[in-house]
Design a protein around this ligand. Structure first.
Ligand code: PEP
Ligand code: MN
Length: 337
């Protein structure tokens, strides 16, 4: 339920109304917008009679939220959320560019790629240290050593690091050492992991599950937000369909859908969507045109010998050309890169 307040509502009056609603066992959050102030009610609102609330002189209107996600709902927060990562932002006019290899492979590899993507204009460095591989015999990542190498690359370039967390046991280490915690597609419904992340205030890049609907994905965001962490960035990375030419099917319609339903920023991962390096460029362009707030792209200096996802990785030279072309598309849709 959402309570829209009148412009003239005074602070003390809002507090009295808040306490009155909280006494019914419902949690209330005040959202101060530039045009309108609202109270977002989360919990069992069946005990609340909307007509009683509407009778209050500071209340403009009471609206029921149909969707099961509340804090992630745009009704709770009419303005777009901008997640601030020590000054680097995701959301808003500027499109965030997250680039780097699928996995950290060595100090030389991650440092060299970090320097290249920084020079080209990326705002964040990606790189997996813990890898969720389909086969237990495939490269599982450099783990803690990989995190240390990412930190060195950050020291060298100033780029904030985005990396995947797989286990709740490592949350403290990640909170201490990384800038954005990625929850991979395979863990989107690991509810214990999401609940623990909700207790932190780290920005979370929440990838869409392989077969998750948009509503299920937003409910996963809700798990994190319900714990108090509202720094959630959504990431569409392709979904499972009957089509098997591409690794996954990029659901570009998720961008306008999420923008309508939610205030959270959404980034597109064209690399895992396509699974093919030559499709990264056209899909990235389409993502910017459709309104994505950012892109996460796998860039490798030696894709042929990459330990993971080489076939979908582009070289720095191709990334540089893509950035130039994306700037033109961004300007055409009122954004910048
Ligand atoms: C990745 O970003 O390297 C990754 C494993 O992504 P996803 O969870 O989308 O498969
Ligand atoms: Mn990958």
């Amino acid at each position: 339920m959402v309570v829209i307040l009148k412009q003239k509502a005074k602070q003390e009056e809002i507090e009295i109304l808040t306490r009155q609603i909280e006494a019914k066992g419902v949690s209330v959050s005040l959202v101060v917008g530039s045009d309108v102030n609202i109270l977002g009610l989360v919990g069992d609102t069946s005990t609340i009679d909307p007509s009683v609330i509407e009778a209050n002189r500071i209340v403009e209107r009471v609206m029921k939220v149909q969707e099961p996600f509340k804090k992630a709902n745009r009704m709770f927060h009419p303005e777009d959320t901008i997640v601030d990562i020590n000054g680097a932002k995701i959301g808003g006019k500027k499109i965030a560019m997250i680039a780097g290899p699928c996995s950290v492979e060595s100090e030389e590899q991650i440092t060299e790629i970090a320097k290249e993507v920084k020079k080209i204009g990326a705002n964040f460095l990606r790189g997996g240290a813990f890898k969720p591989r389909t086969s237990p015999y495939a490269f599982q990542g450099m783990k803690y050593e990989g995190l240390e190498l990412l930190k060195k690359a950050r020291e060298n370039t100033g780029l904030p690091i985005v990396t995947e967390l797989m286990s709740p046991y490592d949350i403290e280490t990640f909170v201490e050492n990384v800038d954005v915690i990625q929850v991979g597609a395979r863990n989107m419904q690991n509810f214990d992991l999401l609940k623990e992340l909700g207790k932190t205030n780290k920005p979370i890049l929440l990838k869409r599950g392989l077969s998750a609907t948009i509503e299920e994905w937003l409910m996963s965001a809700e798990y994190i937000m319900a714990g108090g962490n509202e720094n959630v960035i959504l990431c569409e990375r392709g979904i499972r369909t009957f089509e098997n030419y591409t690794r996954n099917t990029l659901d570009l319609s998720a961008v306008p859908a999420v923008k309508k339903l939610s205030h959270l920023p959404i980034v597109i991962d064209p690399s895992h969507s396509a699974g093919k390096y030559w499709m990264v460029e056209p899909l990235a362009k389409a993502a910017v045109a459709v309104g994505a707030d950012g892109l996460i792209i796998e860039v490798h200096n030696d894709p042929a010998n990459a330990l993971c996802d080489g076939p979908q990785s582009i070289k720095p030279s191709k990334f540089a050309k893509l950035m130039e072309e994306l700037r033109v598309i961004a300007a055409a849709v009122g954004r910048e890169i």
